[in-house]
Ligand binder design. Structure first.
Ligand SMILES: N[C@@H](CCC(=O)N[C@@H](CS)C(=O)NCC(=O)O)C(=O)O
Length: 206
């Protein structure tokens, strides 16, 4: 795990949300400092050959190296107070929105952040920033539309993995002081509301 990196933060928020609902998973968290390059050292590569975070060690000694697979595993492994609930349609929607956030928004947002103000010192890239800004508009509009009916969270009343995925990326943008919401009051209100949640207060540092 790493405090700022979006994919580990998504899993940490997910675990904190489950704990708030009363599911104690007792998962030991170990920091692998990506700024110091620890994720590319033999100790971490033995866990995850791709040298990425997060990584979860299973009881059988194997490792999961994809954040969503980790979350889905924890949904299966600890079956009380899960986040993926409701009818097949509701679960399908929850999965759909999470994928939209992760694939259509979080990816371009991370690239945009590094193009305008990289905390890793990457050079500014105006052309890439413009391209990523354009790419972010459709998913941002989609989320603003979702929230237009006054729902408190992305899927309604109950917190979802999509909330965790979105907030994890936004923490990175706050850290580098880049605003992506523009004129979207629904998303801005969702952001403030989500950050008041106990799970958010326990995990987010920026
Ligand atoms: N698809 C993977 C992506 C993992 C990933 O790229 N994590 C980033 C941190 S958010 C990382 O480890 N970056 C370092 C690198 O790729 O060298 C997931 O969802 O877990």
């Amino acid at each position: 795990m790493v405090p700022l990196a979006p994919n580990p933060t998504k899993v940490m928020l997910y675990i904190a949300e489950r704990e708030q609902l009363g599911c104690q998973m007792d998962i030991e968290q170990i920091v692998v400092n990506t700024v110091k390059g620890r994720h590319k050292e033999p100790e971490h590569l033995a866990r995850n050959p791709f040298g990425t975070v997060p990584t979860l060690e299973l009881d059988d000694g194997n490792f999961l190296v994809e954040s969503l697979a980790i979350i889905e595993y924890l949904e299966d492994k600890f079956s009380t107070a899960t986040l993926l609930t409701g009818s097949a349609e509701q679960r399908g929607r929850a999965r759909d929105v999470e994928r939209i956030v992760d694939l259509r928004l979080a990816g371009p947002m991370g690239t945009y952040g590094h193009a305008v103000n990289s905390p890793l010192g990457y050079p500014k890239d105006d052309a890439k920033a413009a391209q990523m800004k354009t790419a972010m508009q459709a998913p941002l509009n989609y989320l603003e539309e979702l929230l237009a009916d006054g729902r408190p969270l992305l899927l309604g009343e109950q917190v979802s993995v999509a909330d965790c995925t979105l907030q994890a990326s936004l923490q990175f943008m706050r850290y580098i002081e880049v605003d992506v919401f523009g004129e979207r009051p629904g998303l801005r209100a969702w952001d403030e509301r989500y950050r008041e949640r106990p799970a958010a207060k326990a995990v987010l540092r920026w």
